[in-house]
Write a protein that binds this ligand. Structure first.
Ligand SMILES: NC(=O)c1ccc[n+]([C@@H]2O[C@H](COP(=O)([O-])OP(=O)(O)OC[C@H]3O[C@@H](n4cnc5c(N)ncnc54)[C@H](O)[C@@H]3O)[C@@H](O)[C@H]2O)c1
Ligand SMILES: C[C@@H](O)[C@H](N)C(=O)O
Length: 359
């Protein structure tokens, strides 16, 4: 019998909140200039630090993708609407533009990014700009620029202005030589995508800046994130979002991964909750700067069966995309997040009661 894991709660939540009608997320393709580099390797960083009793002043880069708008909503509830600035290089939808401060920011423009941080007295930065795994393979030079040069800009500005910096990593930071079931925090990391390579680089650079310059760098390795009211940005786990939109819109879904491809996944509310929690965790609780977080793990076939419980007429077919399949086959199947649970009390809400066992 296949491993059937109960994703009911997340599926119900997704189908309830799936208003659909969202446009497909398109990552702009353009030429990239090299950003100026002003920070000397032995620079001593200094800035006005914010009092912990004040609300942080937050900037989110790449905030118009699958995760940023939800993150802004959560943070605005907590810290006040005007204390959270969304930024991106795309034009925001009306409802996003009217929901709180939005600003244009290209993370490859170092000077402009620094100006935004200074003028708005930013104290926390969530760095979401990236090209995900599949679009990254389709445009390696752009992925290298956005994911690596962009990160360098953000690291320098964060260190210079004493920011608390969150950079998400991913299950994609592991590769075929990593243990896959489960994958612990510390193990071999030899990813085979530019996305994965750039995320390992981000993890290591952030940790280096922490030890070298005292940067308050915090990083979570997210699983594939499923959401209903935002579109994925071109990753390998996109199918697990697209199925909900297609189930409601057309009743037909063509999956680009094989039916038995098991990957770690998480409902967006859990992902954003974890992100806020790790940013609020006392520094002394963090024994590491980069943590795996986990919630559930399923295959396309299992997810389809779960969705069909709610929409029995859903027809699912498979047309495997070789690039995405090769990526998925090199990624973890299950994530070990015991360090996050121990250090800062991570606990997911949308889980996988093991109602049926392997065998
Ligand atoms: N969604 C997931 O399943 C998932 C899983 C693991 C990690 N993550 C990480 O979380 C972060 C957010 O993910 P997402 O799914 O929202 O990504 P996304 O692809 O949906 O959005 C990324 C955003 O970055 C913006 N961007 C591209 N180039 C830029 C530039 N030069 N300057 C500023 N912005 C630029 C894009 O316009 C886009 O809105 C990423 O770093 C991603 O690696 C996401
Ligand atoms: C897993 C994650 O990093 C992203 N959703 C991708 O598939 O590329």
């Amino acid at each position: 019998m296949p491993i059937v894991k109960n994703v009911s709660r997340a599926v119900s939540q997704l189908l309830q909140s799936s208003g659909c009608g969202c446009g497909i997320s398109i990552v702009p393709v353009r030429c990239i200039g090299v950003s100026p580099r002003q920070v000397a390797s032995d620079a001593s960083f200094h800035s006005v630090s914010f009092s912990e009793s004040d609300h942080p002043r937050v900037l989110i880069t790449g905030g118009l993708g699958q995760l940023g708008v939800g993150l802004a909503k959560l943070l605005r509830k907590r810290f006040g609407k005007n204390n959270v600035i969304l930024s991106d290089i795309r034009k925001p939808a009306d409802h996003v533009f009217h929901s709180g401060p939005f600003i244009y920011s290209d993370i490859l423009d170092y000077k402009n990014l620094r100006e935004i941080v200074v003028n708005n007295r930013i104290t926390w930065l969530f760095h979401y700009s990236a090209l995900l795994s599949a679009v990254g393979e389709a445009n390696v030079p752009l992925a290298r620029a956005v994911n690596i040069t962009g990160l360098h800009n953000v690291l320098d500005i964060a260190a210079e202005h004493n920011l608390r910096l969150f950079v998400p990593s991913t299950i994609g930071a592991f590769g075929p030589t990593s243990p896959r079931d489960p994958t612990p925090d510390l193990c071999i990391q030899r990813p085979r995508t530019i996305y994965g390579v750039s995320k390992v680089h981000a993890e290591l650079m952030g940790e280096y800046y922490h030890y070298r310059y005292g940067l308050d760098f915090r990083c979570l390795r997210y699983p594939g994130i499923i959401s209903a009211d935002s579109q994925p940005g071109g990753g390998t786990t996109d199918y697990a979002v697209q199925i909900f939109h297609d189930a409601i819109k057309t009743g037909k879904f063509q999956c680009n991964l094989k039916p038995d491809t098991r990957l770690p996944m998480m409902y967006i509310d859990d992902c954003l909750k974890a992100t806020l929690e790790v940013m609020e965790a006392p520094a002394e609780a963090l024994t590491m700067r980069t943590y795996n977080i986990s919630a559930m793990s399923f295959t396309p076939e299992e997810l389809a069966q779960e969705v069909q419980k709610h929409i029995p007429e859903l027809q699912v077919t498979y047309n495997v995309d070789e690039v995405r399949q090769a990526i998925a086959d090199s990624w973890p199947m299950n994530f070990d997040d015991s360090n996050a649970r121990r250090d800062w009390g991570w606990k997911h809400d949308y889980d996988l009661p093991e109602e049926e066992s392997r065998g």
